[in-house]
Design a protein around this ligand. Sequence first.
Ligand code: ADP
Ligand code: MG
Length: 226
Amino acid sequence: MAQGFFVTGTDTGVGKTLVACALLHAFAARGKTVIGMKPVAAGIEGGRYADVEALMAASTVAGERRLVNPYAFEQAIAPNIAAEKQGVEISIEVIVEAYRRLARQADVVVVEGSGGFMIPLNASQTSADLARRLALPVVLVVGMRLGCLNHALLTRRAIADLGLACAGWVANGIPPGMRLVEENLLALSQRIDAPLIGTIPPLEAPLPATAAALLNLDAMAGCPGG
Ligand SMILES: Nc1ncnc2c1ncn2[C@@H]1O[C@H](COP(=O)(O)OP(=O)(O)O)[C@@H](O)[C@H]1O
Ligand SMILES: [Mg+2]
């Protein structure tokens, strides 16, 4: 079975896909076979689900698409609402089964959650329930913008309350860049009891390989082979 990680973030659009792809690159650079998974994608653009494509491109093993992405909804709206509109119910068990099958095919599986940690997936379950059911260590991506201290600390607490490990967190400088970023980084470092895996500044070309070079896998709790 693979070592898995569940990538969550302080919000949507904070760099989860960038960091998930960067983790895949970084593990692959260490000689690991890697697969990215996006259990629930919402928002099709130009006929493509960008997150799924990015994760597949960053994988060294070609997982079957229906396993990599069991649920895809065309509208860029909350997954539970998108599912309801299409008369579909997102099943965590279906996702867990897909994960298990992928986990037999690679050394590392990186699962990108949808939205923020507590985003509902159906009438009674959230993305946090999925992380708990998968029992994976969580990587928290903090989009460095005003409001992130509250979102980051709430998310860290939610991870701990579920009894899940936090493998670490990444400070991601989403454009245009935050005022007093150093002070905010310090405030987070002092309060998040998990290792800082890396700090990514606002990048002109936010490519996974560029972000991967800024991550320190050895800092991660539970890093495979680390
Ligand atoms: N450090 C960064 N520098 C520049 N652009 C970034 C950075 N991080 C993310 N982005 C861009 O911001 C957008 C949202 O990032 P993404 O990884 O898709 O977030 P999420 O998966 O959390 O929704 C994307 O267009 C991405 O390329
Ligand atoms: Mg994403």
